[in-house]
Every structure is written in C-alpha cells, then in structure tokens.
Design a protein around this ligand. Structure first.
Ligand code: ADP
Ligand code: MG
Length: 343
C-alpha cells in the first residue's frame, strides 16, 4: 500500500534519509526502530508531505505522491510530542481533522463518541485537556489521528512520553485496536520493547539507512549485524572466524549453528547460551557482578585475557561476585553476524 523507493532527504550537508526502500502492506503494522537522530521522524514527515524529497519516490496505493499536498494524501500523523490544543476540550481536539474535512456537525459528534469509546475514554468529550493524565492525553491524540479515517496511520514515538507500566499496557491495547480496525500503521520508535510488541514487521534504521527488516522474531533471533545486535541490547559480541561448525574467538573455540556463514566476521552469544560449569572446565572466568532481572540473574564474567561476557542464570544457581567459574557455550544461542560494523 505504501512504497518508498530510494528515498533521500538532506539537511544542508547531512543526509537524514539515504536511499530508503520501504513497503507497508494493507492492514500491516510496520515499526521503524532506531536510535535518536537516525532519520525516523524525517521518514514520517516525508510520507506525510511535510518534508520535500531530494530524490526517490513515495507511492500510496500505487499513486506517486510527488506534488500531492499534505492534506490530500489521506495519511494521518501523530507527532512525537502529540501536542493537544489546550484551549479546546477533548471533543474539540478529536474533531479537528473532521472539521478540516467539513464533516457535518451531527455526524462529527457521533464519530467523536465512537472514537472516545474506541480509545477507552467513553463520555470524555467535554473534559478539559488539562484535566487528563499523560496516558489519557495519548489516547486523545490517537483518537484525533484516527478520526479522519486515514488510509495510513503514522505514529512518531507514540508512547515515548509515558512511564513504563502504562506504556506496556497501552502497547497491547494499541495492537489489539489496530488488529480489530484493520488499520495500516507505520510507527517509529527508539524503544525496542515498543517496536517488538506493536509490529508485524520491524525495520531497524541507522544513520538514514535500513540495517535490517523482518518479523519481530526474525530480527530478535538473527540480528543482521553488530549494530543491530548491540542496539537490541546484546553485549556478548566479538570478532570471530568461522570454519565449519566452529568459530575462533577471543573466548576460545565456540560451536556455531549448522549453515552459519563462513570466514571472518562477528558473532553474538545470547546470555542464555553462556553456561556456567565448574572452574576446572571450559573458559575460566571471574564473576564481577550480579544483577537481579526478575526472571533470571545477569552474571557479568571476566575471562583472564578476553572481553567480559554476560550469562543469564536461574535465580537459585547464580554465583557471587569474586567466585571463579568455568564457561561453556551452547551453539543454539550463538548467532554469526554480518559485517563487523561497530563491533
Ligand atoms: P529521529 O527521529 O530518528 O531522531 P530525525 O529524522 O529527527 O531523527 O533527524 C535525523 C537527522 O536530521 C538528525 O541528525 C537531525 O539533527 C537532522 N534534522 C532533523 N530535522 C532537521 C531540520 N529541520 N533541519 C536540519 N537538520 C534536521
Ligand atoms: Mg524523532
């Protein structure tokens, strides 16, 4: 439904979007994930028609959007700061896009009621914006963006302002809502938890380019390169040379999954694949730290002459700082990565 072809945007000398190819299918929720400054907001503004392209093309339903003004594009954008109009009540905020479309008053009021029900704020139309909590304001901003029934809904850091527990609840609600309505969504966020919970497809962006695209499971299980792996919070990344089903690494010879790409590169070991054994076996390490993570304990390990690594241990079996331990590696939790950018 939405297709970007070699989309490039420059600000002065710097390139914010660098030849981005991206597709969003109808009813799909695509989430672009990346660090701040990576070009995510620029991407959305480009599709919305608020930011001119330097080169490339944007198609919606097969139609080239070049020259189509923002208000004719049929896309809705919920901005990063989602500012509501403070002088208008909740209903007045939700009505904004409907007024622009000259929807008659009675129909507008019906639609406002429907939308407020939908976002879990029934009967809130006459409330003052200032009386709402952060989470409620977010819901109103969402209702406002949904009101004109955009072909494509775009969300810029939709839950960024909220505290963690509220964010985790709202993200589940949003996903359920979009599924029920069949909304096509392009969202951007720097928060991996949000992206993975919301998206049918995750697109990882770095410096205006796409680093990886896939289902949440694919990206999580097989980060494409060291940048993606580290951005997802994996720290056990080292240089490696793969030969057959083993890799030479600073941690010694590690088993790798069948079919791993061969030769020099980088390698990731998930913390669950770092198994602690008696100090007389495997790679000898000293425990330097222990962090309670709720479902497991993260144990920081320092080998004698190699980079530190992290193991995920069951709550009861975790050793103490200062303990000596051996380490062996589980091939199923080892991922051979692409080019060692940022290793
Ligand atoms: P993100 O949303 O991923 O944080 P942005 O799209 O806002 O990234 O910004 C990408 C890059 O472009 C950043 O380096 C930012 O400083 C720069 N940038 C964004 N908007 C402008 C602008 N209007 N003028 C100049 N530079 C900008
Ligand atoms: Mg942004």
């Amino acid at each position: 439904m939405l297709r970007l072809e070699r989309t490039t945007v420059r600000y002065g000398g710097s390139t914010a979007l660098d030849g981005v190819d991206l597709e969003v299918a109808e009813h799909q929720v695509v989430c672009v994930l990346g660090p701040s400054g990576g070009g995510k907001s620029t991407l959305l503004r480009t599709v919305a028609g608020l930011q001119p392209l330097d080169s490339g093309r944007v198609f919606l339903d097969g139609r080239d959007l070049a020259g189509v003004p923002a208000h004719r594009r049929g896309v809705g954008l919920m901005f990063q700061d989602h500012q509501l109009f403070p002088q208008r009540d909740v209903g007045g905020n939700v009505a904004f896009g409907l007024r622009m479309q000259r929807v008659p008053r009675a129909e507008r009021e019906d639609r406002i009621g429907e939308l407020l029900d939908l976002v879990g704020l029934p009967g809130a139309a006459r409330r003052a914006v200032a009386s709402l909590s952060g989470g409620e304001q977010q819901r109103v901003a969402l209702a406002r963006a949904l009101a004109p029934r955009p072909r494509l809904l775009m969300l810029d850091e939709p839950l960024g302002q909220l505290d963690r527990s509220l964010r985790e609840r709202l993200v589940v609600e949003l996903r359920e809502l979009f599924g029920r309505l069949g909304t096509t969504v392009l969202a951007v966020t720097h928060d991996q938890g949000e992206a993975f919970a919301l998206a049918d497809r995750v697109v990882v962006m770095r410096d205006g380019r796409i680093a990886q695209s896939g289902t949440p499971l694919e990206v999580w299980q097989r980060p494409a390169d060291t940048f993606v792996a580290r951005f997802l919070g994996f720290d056990n990344v080292v240089e490696a040379t793969v030969s057959g089903e083993a890799a030479d690494t600073p941690w010694g010879k590690l088993p790798v999954p069948e079919g791993s790409s061969q030769g020099p590169g980088a390698l990731l070991v998930r913390p669950a694949g770092v198994r602690l054994v008696p100090a007389t076996q495997g790679l000898r390490c000293t425990v330097t730290a222990r962090t309670f993570r709720g479902t497991h304990v993260a144990v920081r390990l320092q080998p004698e002459e190699a980079p530190a690594l992290e193991a995920a241990c069951p709550l009861r079996a975790a050793p103490e700082p200062g303990d000596e331990t051996g380490v062996v590696f589980d091939a199923a939790e080892v991922v051979v990565l692409g080019n060692a950018s940022g290793a």
